[in-house]
Design a protein around this ligand. Structure first.
Ligand code: BG6
Length: 471
């Protein structure tokens, strides 16, 4: 079944935010670029009819890049709508009817996790879970126990190979490019270890706040929103062993092996922050202790990475929006030329968003009599944002049954194990001013002689990309 194309697309939560922001635009792209031509059935309990759903789809596309008339006509023509309570068998009976001859549907659960069990049971009871696939959104669970429970609910009706847990970072071209660059250029492998790598930094900075998602965010926080998922995915791809064999699962197997070796993060190794003004956001509690900034130092207990500090950082209302990885190479055992060489002078820098860049930083001599040099960066690749949005890539893969870019059960559980000690209000919460790089306390996490490397705003025309922040 994994090779077969799904013959219907059903999305629960059709009138919601996720459908509006991500699903309709992705469906437009799939219709326009990949000829998607299957029934698309929205399900919700909103008292709507099909015309209202079509209007909502059009509104969504108007706000997310528009659609040419032909694509819009096709997409609206494929839409169906079922209105009803998820606990009511009549809702599923109608859904069954709308499916017509389709017998291998893809179900997208764009609904809060507390409704998963009801929907999955409704699908099973009405026979439309058979031969079906299911897509679920992140965050997958709230902690390890709830993730295990959610997995158990899904497994009642869906085998693991039919479950597609979305992490949109995996659908990002530059994230796949990390994997590609590492394993297509054998020169990197001999230096990709504790002997030659001094430290690693991954920063996900966002200049926006929590916008209209106050209520969701306040119950979630930075760790659950982006660290447990996006940043640990990037870390796994960056530090995993080379996949062996041709099997489709080879990459996912190695990522899990790596993540299982990541030491659960200690509370002493984190700094939590909250931007000034966050508590006034609608939906946020007036005495909220939710972090909008998070920084951590962690370690991977393998021969390859033992002792190499890995710094993760994510935050809202920071000076720029950019996600960037820095692999800092070892410094010379002694400074032969007596220079005061800046931190991370030798590095590999991988910019994941919003633009794409891979740079290799080295030191070269300045012309002249003195043996003195400067930092330069060789740009291996540079591009604007990737043109295929992650949701188009991921939904297209899920419809085809290709699971490589989705989080497997064992990976999700390993992710929760890494962050288990640091979930919630477990360390002091520091306030930080909007437009700064978070609380100054984050500086204490990086070791002596190290600094946080702050991404510069896109597009970066200058060759000097990183700026060392004051500690
Ligand atoms: C989402 C988070 O998963 O990723 C958001 O819920 C965050 O809070 C977003 O803003 C960032 O994604 P991207 O693709 O813009 O880096």
């Amino acid at each position: 079944m994994t090779e077969q194309q799904s013959d219907a697309f059903i999305f629960f939560g059709a009138t919601g935010d996720l459908a509006f922001k991500q699903i309709f635009p992705a469906l437009r792209d799939l219709v326009r670029d990949e000829g998607l031509n299957v029934p698309i059935i929205g399900v919700a309990k909103a008292g709507w009819n099909l015309e209202q759903l079509r209007a909502r789809a059009k509104d969504s596309l108007d706000q997310h890049g528009g659609a040419d008339p032909e694509t819009l006509r096709k997409l609206l023509g494929l839409l169906h709508y079922v209105d009803g309570d998820y606990a009511d068998p009549a809702t599923f009976a109608q859904l069954h009817q709308e499916l017509g001859a389709a017998c291998r549907p893809l179900h997208y659960l764009a609904i809060p996790p507390n409704l998963f069990a009801t929907v999955v049971e409704g699908l099973a009871a009405s026979g439309i879970a058979t031969n079906a696939r299911v897509v679920v959104e992140k965050p997958f669970g709230h902690d390890l126990d709830s993730a295990v429970e959610l997995n158990a609910i899904l497994h009642r009706c869906f085998p693991e190979e039919s479950i597609f847990r979305i992490d949109h970072y995996l659908g990002k071209e530059p994230v796949q490019n990390i994997l590609y660059t590492r394993f297509s250029n054998p020169m990197f492998e001999p230096i990709w270890n504790r002997t030659y790598v001094r430290s690693i930094q991954i920063t996900m900075a966002e200049s926006i706040g929590v916008l209209d998602r106050g209520r969701f965010y306040d119950g979630t926080g930075a760790v659950r929103d982006v660290v447990q998922n996006h940043l640990l995915q990037v870390l796994a791809i960056l530090t995993m062993d080379p996949p062996t064999g041709e099997k489709a699962e080879a990459v996912r197997d190695e990522k899990v092996r790596l993540l299982k070796a990541v030491r659960p993060i200690a509370t002493a190794d984190i700094v939590r922050g909250q931007y000034a003004g966050y508590r006034a956001v609608p939906g946020v509690s007036a005495d909220s202790a939710t972090e909008t900034f998070f920084a951590a130092r962690l370690y991977i207990d393998t021969w390859r990475w033992a002792g190499v500090p890995i710094y993760l950082r994510a935050g809202k209302k920071l000076p720029v929006t950019a996600t960037e990885v820095w692999v800092e190479f070892a410094r010379p055992p002694r400074e032969t030329f007596g220079e005061n060489v800046p931190a991370a002078s030798a590095h590999m820098r991988m910019r994941i968003s919003p633009d794409i860049e891979i740079g290799l930083g080295l030191r070269v001599k300045e012309p002249g009599e003195r043996m003195a040099g400067k930092d330069v960066e060789l740009i291996l690749t540079r591009a604007g944002a990737a043109n295929r949005p992650p949701y188009q890539r991921l939904l297209g893969d899920a419809l085809r049954g290709i699971a490589q870019l989705f989080a497997r059960e064992d990976f999700v559980e390993a992710q929760w194990r890494v962050v288990a000690p640091i979930l919630g209000d477990v360390a002091p919460l520091h306030s930080y001013a909007v437009g700064t790089w978070g609380p100054k306390e984050a500086g204490r996490l990086v070791g002596a002689g190290d600094v946080w490397l702050n991404p510069t705003p896109p597009p970066s025309a200058s060759p000097a990309h990183g700026t060392a922040s004051a500690r």
